[in-house]
Design a protein around this ligand. Structure first.
Ligand SMILES: [Zn+2]
Length: 150
């Protein structure tokens, strides 16, 4: 989906559902993120069976950052304690969901939900999440998500 199409969809949702749109987008993202973990887990399990026999390697949040970058949602960088997931920082440069938006107050609820869904499913634990979107030069948006375990 192009950033223009997403922007139109988002504006439509906000005009219909007002502040409820944020909750809908957040829930959509959460659901998408956790399903991504399930499908990638299944894919890796099959691959691991072929490559390493029974010793399956664990999924890493960086697998998702590569995947999300490849889908064209933005350039994703992940840092923090990825081993235990006690604290994770996600940064998305040129976020496609915020591109061309002047109003960054709305934040980035869909990608926030995706991050939350991935972290919750991957570490099988509940997380707090804080998000901030920064409008940088030439209207390039950087969305940042700070996750910490509850
Ligand atoms: Zn964004």
């Amino acid at each position: 989906m192009s950033s223009e199409a997403w922007s139109a969809l988002r504006k439509e949702m906000y005009s219909k559902f007002s502040s409820g749109a944020e909750v809908i987008l957040l829930d959509m993202g959460k659901s998408y993120g956790s399903k991504l973990v399930v499908s990638l887990s299944e894919a890796l399990t099959e691959e691991d069976k072929l490559s390493y026999g029974s010793s399956a390697s664990r999924l890493d949040p960086r697998d998702f950052s590569r995947m999300v970058t490849m889908t064209g949602w933005g350039r994703v960088t992940i840092s923090g304690d990825l081993e235990t997931g006690s604290h994770i920082s996600v940064s998305v440069a040129n976020c496609v969901f915020c591109e061309g938006e002047d109003d960054v107050v709305l934040g980035c609820p869909f990608l926030k939900g995706v991050s939350l869904g991935i972290a919750t499913s991957l570490y099988k634990a509940p997380f707090y999440i804080f998000s901030s979107c920064v409008n940088e030069q030439s209207r390039k948006h950087v969305c940042k998500f700070e996750l910490s375990r509850k």
